[in-house]
Design a protein around this ligand. Structure first.
Ligand SMILES: [Zn+2]
Ligand SMILES: [Zn+2]
Length: 146
């Protein structure tokens, strides 16, 4: 049996997880907080952090790492590479080869690697997204034309 308070907490928890899982933007805790506040005005940023930590322990959310000073989270927990725009902080998923292919590649590099067991991987590419690349080119052209 779930008491009233327990139910309220688990409902909050479900909402927080749903918000993280419903976006591909790899949100920060602050972003999640701003969204949830629209539905649950009484929620605190500390509650968001506490629940995100729980999700991480349970493996339902993973950390993408710190981008522009804020840790970013992913509701897609299957390992996949990310692209991070160094200018605007956009984080996008990159389709990646299957783990089996990766193992085969590792195996090609000697028997030592072949005997390794890979159970975790994290790949991040940094650069400019299309918008930021265009803006950077514009600024460059503007600078050159002066
Ligand atoms: Zn960008
Ligand atoms: Zn991702």
């Amino acid at each position: 049996m779930i008491n009233k308070i327990g139910k309220k907490y688990s409902k909050k928890r479900d909402t927080i997880l749903q918000v993280i899982q419903s976006t591909t933007s790899h949100p920060s805790a602050q972003w999640v907080y701003e969204k949830i506040k629209l539905w649950i005005p009484s929620i605190s940023l500390a509650t968001i952090y506490r629940n995100i930590n729980l999700f991480r322990q349970h493996g339902s959310v993973v950390s993408v790492g710190v981008v522009d000073g804020a840790e970013r989270f992913d509701g897609i927990v299957t390992p996949h590479p990310h692209f991070v725009c160094s200018r605007c902080g956009m984080v996008i998923d990159i389709p990646c080869p299957d783990m089996e292919i990766l193992k085969a590649i590792l195996g090609d590099h000697g028997e030592n690697l072949q005997s390794f067991i890979v159970d975790y991987r994290k790949t991040v590419f940094y650069g400019f997204c299309t918008d930021c690349r265009d803006k950077a080119l514009l600024l460059e052209n503007y600078g050159l034309s002066r």
